[in-house]
Unconditional design. Structure first.
Length: 248
């Protein structure tokens, strides 16, 4: 059964890697089947319990995305709005497929180096982030978000944002400096409001959210998607503690 499952997963990855060559409805069906398959296979191989909390959160998040994309075949006629989600999900499936058969790494499409890099220290980064006072956590999110001009060229990567905030916090020993620009002030308020939403997520999900932000997702999008994913996976009987508001 395990060999059949991995072979089905390999076939699914062949389709998803070149999804533009296949009918969109078929792609949605494939991805909807592949995400529960990888989850069950990791449990069957008894490697699930040994995963870091953030990797477990990543599998659950992929499970939710797969379900959303499967339903998209019924609601949308164009894949344009889902193409990036599909590509990101394909990266996740490759990463976890390799964990299922570490002796057959060459069997799977190569996992992106960025996914491997982002998987190295998420819990450490979370500890650094949550170790700062709330205003500096908000400032860190602001530094990782797009500036008011809508371009991401001015945003910092996670480690750089953490180091910038921590150094400034230790030097000032008070709240971040005030901003005079109204747009920046509104931006800071948005990020401040995100901090309690972040803390309502389970610990592993917090680490995974930071990984997503480091991988170029906006903080608001990453936190909202995590909350939505936790709601979605309840259909699989997975009930995680999350006091965050229900997401539509």
């Amino acid at each position: 059964m395990s060999g059949d499952a991995l072979e089905s997963l390999r076939s699914a990855l062949d389709v998803l890697t070149h999804w533009q060559l296949h009918p969109w409805r078929d792609v949605c069906t494939v991805v909807g089947d592949a995400t529960p398959l990888i989850w069950h296979e990791m449990e069957r191989r008894e490697i699930w319990a040994d995963l870091d909390e953030c990797d477990q959160a990543a599998v659950y998040w992929a499970l939710a995305k797969g379900r959303v994309l499967r339903q998209a075949s019924e609601r949308f006629t164009t894949p344009d709005r889902h193409s990036r989600k599909l590509m990101n999900l394909c990266v996740e499936l490759r990463y976890f497929a390799a964990l299922c058969s570490p002796d057959e790494v060459e069997r799977w499409p190569k996992t992106s180096t960025s996914r491997l890099a982002h998987a190295r220290h998420p819990s450490t980064y979370r500890d650094l982030f949550t170790g700062m006072p709330t205003p500096w956590q908000a400032e860190t999110l602001r530094l990782m978000d797009w500036p008011a001009n809508g371009r991401d060229s001015g945003r910092l990567r996670l480690l750089d944002a953490l180091e910038t905030s921590m150094d400034a916090w230790k030097m000032r020993d008070e709240d971040p400096p005030a901003v005079t620009d109204r747009a920046q002030e509104e931006h800071r308020k948005v990020c401040t409001d995100l901090v309690p939403r972040f803390h309502r997520l389970p610990t592993g999900w917090q680490s995974e959210v930071l990984r997503h932000i480091d991988a170029r997702e906006r903080p608001l999008d990453a936190i909202s998607d995590a909350q939505q994913a936790i709601n979605i996976i309840r259909v699989y009987g997975i009930h995680l503690a999350n006091s965050a508001p229900q997401c539509a």
